[in-house]
Ligand binder design. Structure first.
Ligand SMILES: [Zn+2]
Length: 426
């Protein structure tokens, strides 16, 4: 079971289909790593016979593995035991009203086991590592992917090595350490960490989970799209906003939406809008050129900078796949400044009830910025890719507790009322 679903690994650039036996193949040997990972090519005619809409909606597995027919994991025994996916979708009438849109939804992937979307990809990578008998798994990360991999690996007692920039937020580092990963901070960037994983994995024979290297991650990342659609009764929103670093999540989302349409579960794909930070906007620049020249390519930025650490990427490894994926669903790329991200970080919890990390607020900032051009009947969804508790240093620049604590007595009542009134006025 399972093997029949995977036709092979396909290069989207030259079209070569590598047989599924080449399971450790990462990129196309002819085209090179610049074009991203190979695509897991699934047999949709076969899957259509296995997976029907109504039985699916009655399934009791409330995790990403409820879509097992669409995943490249062969044995159910290799799944990680953590509960990943089926994260909630909330509608915010206040956001819709403030932004003059038809409906606004947020999907809170901060509620995954390690509080980020990356758990969806790590679960697939660890399951594949077990199926392929790797003795250890390693990743480069800006923080969330490593924290997530550490947890998934710990849950099945697989040794885990993570290579991260030394400036990674504390909360993410503590997660990696708590789950027993070997943490290797480097005095360098995420892009340098990525290159190092390729060398060490080759040298020591570990599986490499790095996004843009491991071809199975996109398959885990597509489950957020499939879930969002199912949770909305397969009546997908008009637009979906997501922040973009290396381009892996957005590539997965587009794939998920397209698969649902292929299977006849939906009648259209939402426009997926990739939001980048202005200081790390490689794909926004690339998108503009792509629209002008028809050529999907990008120029790396040597020193990307943004407060949104999770998307501070100068060389997006799935960049070209992301550009093509977004074009195929009629979406686009846009950027927002760090000030716009901070503003969105303040607004999002008040308007939606969800506290997101700066990269999640980036997607919300995109929604705010794009809203005047969307139209008052449009339904929009925002993907919250990580919890706000992941980066308290940035949060600390936005909010402060009161320096003058009150006497713990009902006699302080007037002052309490005054504080409530002041807070409401803000
Ligand atoms: Zn190729």
């Amino acid at each position: 079971m399972g093997r029949e679903r995977l036709l092979g690994l396909k290069c989207e650039q030259c079209g070569t289909l590598y047989p599924p036996e080449d399971e450790c193949q990462t990129c196309c040997p002819q085209c090179g790593p610049r074009y991203g990972t190979l695509e897991c090519r699934l047999d949709y005619d076969y899957i259509r016979r296995l997976l029907n809409k109504n039985p699916l909606m009655n399934r009791r597995d409330m995790s990403m593995f409820r879509y097992r027919e669409l995943l490249p994991v062969i044995n159910a025994e290799s799944h990680v035991p953590l509960h990943i996916g089926w994260t909630p979708v909330y509608e915010s009438e206040m956001a819709a009203k403030n932004l003059n849109l038809g409906r606004v939804f947020v999907k809170d992937d901060g509620l995954n086991p390690t509080a980020s979307y990356k758990d969806r990809a790590s679960a697939i990578a660890v399951a594949r590592a077990r199926e392929l008998d790797f003795e250890a798994i390693c990743t480069a990360s800006t923080g969330n992917a490593a924290a997530s991999l550490a947890a998934c690996a710990a849950s099945v007692h697989l040794p885990c090595i993570v290579i991260v920039p030394v400036a990674t937020p504390q909360a993410k580092l503590m997660q990696m350490l708590a789950f027993g990963a070997t943490v290797i901070p480097i005095d360098g960037s995420y892009d340098q960490a990525f290159n190092l994983t390729i060398e060490v994995c080759r040298e020591f024979g570990w599986m490499n989970r790095s996004a843009g290297f491991n071809p199975y991650l996109v398959e885990g990342k597509k489950t957020g799209a499939i879930e969002l659609a199912e949770q909305m009764g397969f009546d997908v929103p008009d637009v979906v906003f997501v922040s973009v670093g290396d381009g892996s999540i957005i590539t997965g989302l587009c794939k998920g939406f397209k698969e649902l349409r292929l299977l006849g579960f939906t009648d259209r794909c939402p426009k997926v809008i990739g939001v980048q930070a202005a200081g790390a906007n490689v794909l926004v620049q690339a998108w503009n050129r792509y629209m002008e020249t028809g050529e999907a390519n990008f120029n790396p930025i040597p020193n990307p900078h943004t407060i949104a650490d999770s998307i501070c990427v100068g060389e997006p490894r799935e960049g070209i796949r992301a550009l093509k994926a977004v074009k195929s669903v009629g979406g686009y790329f846009m950027d927002v400044t760090d000030d716009e991200i901070l503003n969105a970080m303040k607004r999002m919890p008040l308007e939606t009830g969800v506290f997101g990390e700066p990269a999640s607020a980036t997607a919300y900032a995109g929604l705010i910025k794009a809203s005047p051009s969307l139209g008052k009947d449009v339904s929009a969804a925002v993907l919250i890719t990580g919890s706000g508790l992941k980066d308290l240093a940035t949060a600390g620049s936005l909010w402060k507790t009161d320096d003058n604590p009150l006497e713990p007595s009902i006699n302080s009542f007037d002052q309490i009322l005054e504080k409530v009134r002041q807070n409401e006025e803000r």
